[in-house]
Design a protein around this ligand. Structure first.
Ligand code: AGP
Length: 614
């Protein structure tokens, strides 16, 4: 994880660096630091957030029109000031920031120590600064060549940016496995570098995404790109589509709340132009291009992590129901390490909001090597996963800043719904009349989400107040509502630190029922069309043991609402579309509980938005 920013240009770097780090803070917030170059090379860094870095820097010399900045999610070494980036070389002349992991750092460090190097931190990163400097001095090469040679000795993942006191007109950056984008200003000789485009969009919309094994050199106001094997590259320059407004809180107290309330639009955007409910057509290029492959598929494997994995489970139910193809949903991190059987006839779908999750990327790489067709469902445009897949569909949910995924989940489920229907259509597994019905209902979902947000917000707040001190919580659901239960539990635990578990409702009697007493809140998704009577029996079982029931029910419900301690109504819909609605109150419930407990909902402890380490 970690966020990196850098500035090279005619203006002062400091403001861009601080603002940029604030935008990237979702990637990690254990510590923050900057280095500024203006004749001398000054480093300011500390444990904690960017706001604390600003306090540290206040009143100091902040001049410099070259600068680098870093916000850290600790991997090697505890999150303290010494381990914060930037790190300096032995002489103190080279400063470097890094996102990723240098896997062979211990071996390199041992050799460097034997040669007299002294290290200040416990990080893998510091090794790289020493190595670059040693190569530069010993081989008598320039900074760019020293970086290139050093990277040839490194095993691992990185996005790095380097400044050197002795090369004031040079800034070097490189990427392997961790994202890096360069913004090119209209002002000659001005460049902005960052882990993603969010710090850059305010300054320029012209960018180039750096590829793995590429090194960028900005020297005397000109940018060049080459590979670590020394081959020149012509960078692909493109225009950013994101707007600045999408990166602000827009009057909401937290990004998470804003993103929950954006769902009518994000769900709409994820489907916009992709299906025609009147003429029953699809306009998904990826489906058309791969139609013959889809016709002959024997199996689909979905790989993802966290919330995206929950969306994958909904995808499994959808694709099996409509497309009638067996689907396996795998945790990306496990899939890669258990020697799975993958053939050229498989379609492997990766789901990822960030498009940068290291576990998902690694699983995809393996599937690609084994000849599978790989397909991405991602939110961040230009991120690593879409760039390595054969085909895919962006979710178009807009930037998601809150670490807890909300609108990305519902957008993923919307795209998976279209994908499942598209696959079914290509394979002739869905009657036109049924397709018409599901399309018609899908078309109403953004409006229903809008109404639901208005109708359930206050209720969720009230219920949250009653459970703010609960130490545990169970979430139960059946069929399409089982992944919703898992997602509800994940949301609660990650932002409120209340221990929560999601289970298939019927599975409760095989163990978790032992936990139920008068102190155990149980959130049950008990909607009309999803095994209602069976779930009702599960609710009775909880009530018989004095558990507290918070039920999500269909509007007009009479039976569950009668016996539940609290209930939240959602609009009626097709059972396959229930996750798009039932998820909403669970997001709000978690949000309000976390806020009432005084938790930092946008940046929960120990977490980061893009998990770029395995
Ligand atoms: C979601 O609330 C989580 N913070 C997390 O589980 C996330 O979904 C997971 O890390 C996967 O991220 P991705 O979608 O960017 O790949």
């Amino acid at each position: 994880m970690c966020g990196i920013v850098a500035y090279y240009g005619p203006d002062e770097a400091y403001d861009f660096l601080i603002k940029g780090l604030q935008r990237l803070e979702y990637r990690g917030y254990d510590s923050a630091g900057i280095a500024l170059l203006n004749g001398d090379l000054r480093v300011y860094k500390n444990k904690g957030k960017v706001a604390e870095l600003e306090a540290t820097a206040k009143g100091k010399n902040l001049s410099g029109n070259r600068g680098i900045g870093h916000t850290r999610w600790a991997t090697h070494g505890e999150p303290n000031t010494v381990n914060a980036h930037p790190h300096l070389s032995q002489s103190g002349d080279i400063a470097l920031i890094h996102n990723g992991i240098i896997e062979n750092y211990a071996t390199l460090k041992k050799v460097l120590i034997e040669r007299g190097h002294e290290f200040k931190s416990d990080t893998d990163t510091e090794v790289l600064t020493h190595l670059i400097e040693e190569i530069k001095d010993k081989e008598n090469v320039d900074l760019l060549e020293a970086v290139r040679l050093a990277l040839n000795e490194v095993v691992g993942a990185y996005a790095i940016v380097i400044l050197s006191k002795n090369d004031p007109n040079t800034l070097i950056a490189a990427r392997k496995g961790s994202p890096l984008v360069v913004g090119i200003s209209e002002q000659a000789g001005e460049f902005f570098l960052a882990s993603d485009a969010t710090p850059i969009v305010e300054y320029t919309k012209t960018v180039t995404y750096i590829n793995d094994n590429e090194i960028v050199a900005i020297q005397d106001g000109e940018m060049t790109v080459k590979t670590i094997d020394n081959e020149a590259i012509s960078p692909f320059i493109q225009e950013l589509k994101i707007s600045l407004d999408a990166l602000e809180k827009g009057g909401y107290e937290h990004f998470m709340l804003k993103e929950i309330f954006e769902q009518p639009k994000s769900i709409y955007d994820s489907m916009r132009g992709r299906f025609d409910p009147q003429n029953l057509n699809f306009a998904m290029q990826s489906l058309t291009e791969y139609a013959s492959k889809i016709k002959n598929l024997d199996r689909i494997i979905i790989v993802a992590c966290g919330t995206s994995w929950h969306a994958g489970l909904v995808g499994e139910y959808l694709i099996e129901e409509f497309g009638r193809i067996p689907v396996e949903v795998e945790y990306a991190s496990e899939f890669r390490y258990r020697n799975p059987i993958i053939t050229e006839d498989d379609l492997v779908i990766a789901i990822s909001q960030s498009g940068e999750t290291a576990d998902t990327l690694a699983a995809l790489e393996m599937a690609k090597e084994k000849g599978a067709t790989i397909y991405g469902i991602c939110n961040v445009v230009g991120s690593s996963i879409p760039r390595m897949t054969h085909a895919g569909a962006y979710t178009h949910a807009g930037p998601e800043i809150g670490v807890a995924s909300t609108k990305a989940f519902t957008a993923q489920v919307s795209v998976l719904t279209l994908l499942a229907l598209g696959i079914a259509d290509i394979r002739g597994k869905i009657a036109r009349e049924r397709l018409r019905e599901v399309f018609a209902e899908l078309d109403t979902i953004p409006q229903k989400v809008e109404e639901l947000l208005q109708s359930c917000n206050e209720k969720c707040k009230e219920i949250a107040a009653a459970y703010v001190d609960a130490p545990n919580c169970l979430y139960l659901g059946r069929g399409y509502n089982f992944p919703v239960a898992l997602e509800g539990a994940l949301k609660l635990k990650e932002i409120s630190y209340i221990h929560a578990e999601g289970y298939p409702a019927a599975e409760m009697k095989h163990g978790p029922i032992a936990l139920i007493d008068e102190n155990m809140p149980v959130v049950v998704i008990a909607t009309k069309r999803n095994y209602y009577e069976k779930v009702l029996s599960n609710i009775q079982e909880v009530k018989a043991r004095k558990g507290k029931i918070i039920a999500v029910v269909t509007e007009g419900d009479e039976k569950v609402s009668e016996i539940a301690d609290h209930y939240i109504e959602i609009p009626d819909t097709e059972d396959c579309l229930t996750p798009l609605l039932a998820t909403i109150p669970l997001q709000l419930l978690s949000y309000y509980i976390a806020v009432m407990r005084g938790c930092n909902v946008d940046q929960p402890r120990n977490l980061a938005k893009s998990v770029t380490v395995e």
